[in-house]
Design a binder for this molecule. Structure first.
Ligand SMILES: [Zn+2]
Ligand SMILES: [Zn+2]
Length: 412
């Protein structure tokens, strides 16, 4: 077969990269590389798990003790101080820079608001402000710092921002008018609506929701997400099925889609779902977070800070539980990566993804003794690498994972 080599080469290039999931915390974190220098001599439990797999010691059924298997603390392994990602940059949301357009004009409302209408707006403004102050007080300080080190390059953000020109004016405020987002609400009096919201108020929500979603995406991206998000909006008729909302390319670059439900029937629902999705997209693309964890909460806080009129986004449940089949570390998340390409960041064995069940939220996990093709391959090859001098478990597993992928790509 003369095409064998080419086939292997091209499929290796096309195949998705291995995704290393850092497990052990509530929400899993995506890593491009496994942990280095994990040695069996330093970790008795890992050593015994590997030895059992290799058939060097008998597997013994141990009594199940939940405490033993509950979320292992990875504190010492996550090397919090050395990882560049943890040099968080503190950058509170900046108020959007406003161009001087309509809001600086001496605008008159189409029909002068009545006293009742003006009072209602004053009350609304006070409520929004109070709500923002409460959020500010209730948010713990550690959620106010955000890591922006994985934002796109300045050039890229400038180019994304170039597409926000028409949306920036939506962020402008004027004392006689409601803010853009508030103006979308069907009960906001038309004569006090933000001028740029009128086009959406005059049409049926159904006929303009896709256009509105794009406008809101740009507004939020500009005001909250540093013009750093590049995420196409995909409308789905059902959100029940798990669908891929993220992707990792061959170079490890993460990207996300914004999934919206076709049946969204009113602007308030659109605003809430879109913002929630965007917080998840940012937490995944910029902070490697696979579910609703602290990074997601940080973006939710940034949103409230930059645009206090936005609804509060609550935590959501994960969809999946990821478990390492060897060391049994586990975490939750919302992303289905597919088992074939996920590996444990710590021990580099396969990670299995199972649907999240509320019932097992607080139960632990044991190593999975099922012999998969991957494990069979490791069992047959692991000891052969012992001849190499001073080779750690990490280094062996790196080599074997590479080898395994090659075999899987071109069998025989
Ligand atoms: Zn969420
Ligand atoms: Zn593991």
């Amino acid at each position: 077969m003369e095409s064998g080599f080419d086939k292997e080469k091209s499929s290796l290039k096309d195949r998705p990269p291995l995704v290393y999931l850092e497990l052990g915390n509530q929400v899993a974190t995506v890593r491009n590389e496994p942990l280095d220098n994990i040695s069996l001599e330093d970790d008795a439990e890992l050593k015994s798990n590997v030895q059992k797999l290799l058939g060097l010691i008998a597997t013994r059924r141990r009594l199940y003790t939940p405490e033993e298997y509950c979320a292992p603390e990875l504190e010492e392994l996550t090397s919090k101080d050395t990882h560049p990602l943890n040099n968080s940059t503190f950058s509170p949301a900046q108020p959007a820079i406003l161009s001087s357009t309509w809001s600086s004009l001496n605008l008159a409302n189409p029909h002068p608001p009545t006293l009742v209408e003006r009072r209602a707006k004053e009350r609304n403004d006070i409520l929004v402000e109070t709500d923002a102050n409460i959020a500010e007080m209730e948010t713990p300080d550690f959620l106010k710092k955000i890591d922006l080190s994985e934002l796109p390059s300045r050039e890229e953000m400038a180019s994304i921002c170039g597409r926000h020109k028409s949306s920036i004016a939506c962020l402008e405020r004027h004392p006689n008018f409601y803010r853009f987002v508030e103006s979308l609400h069907p009960t906001t009096p038309i004569n006090m609506c933000h001028p740029l919201a009128l086009t959406y108020r005059e049409r049926s929500f159904k006929s303009c929701k896709e256009e509105l979603a794009k406008t809101l995406f740009n507004i939020f991206n500009h005001a909250i997400f540093q013009c750093g998000l590049h995420a196409p909006i995909v409308w789905k008729s059902s959100l029940r099925k798990s669908c891929e909302r993220v992707a990792i390319d061959a170079s490890g670059q993460r990207s996300a889609y914004i999934l919206l439900w076709k049946k969204i029937s009113q602007p308030g629902m659109l605003i809430k779902m879109l913002l929630h999705e965007m917080c998840h997209a940012a937490a995944f693309v910029f902070n490697r977070e696979t579910g609703h964890g602290d990074h997601c909460r940080r973006w939710v806080y940034q949103a409230k800070r930059a645009m206090p009129e936005l609804p509060t986004i609550a935590d959501c449940d994960p969809h999946f539980k990821y478990t390492c089949t060897l060391c049994a570390r586990w975490s939750y998340g919302r992303i289905d990566f597919g088992t074939a390409t996920t590996r444990c960041h710590y021990c580099q064995f396969e990670v299995i993804t199972k649907p999240f069940q509320k019932a097992d939220k607080h139960t632990g996990t044991r190593p999975d003794r099922t012999l998969t093709p991957f494990k069979a391959f490791i069992r047959d090859s692991y000891l052969k690498l012992d001849g190499m001098e001073n080779i750690t478990h990490s280094a062996k597993m790196r080599l074997l994972n590479e080898e395994f992928l090659k075999i899987r790509v071109s069998p025989g």
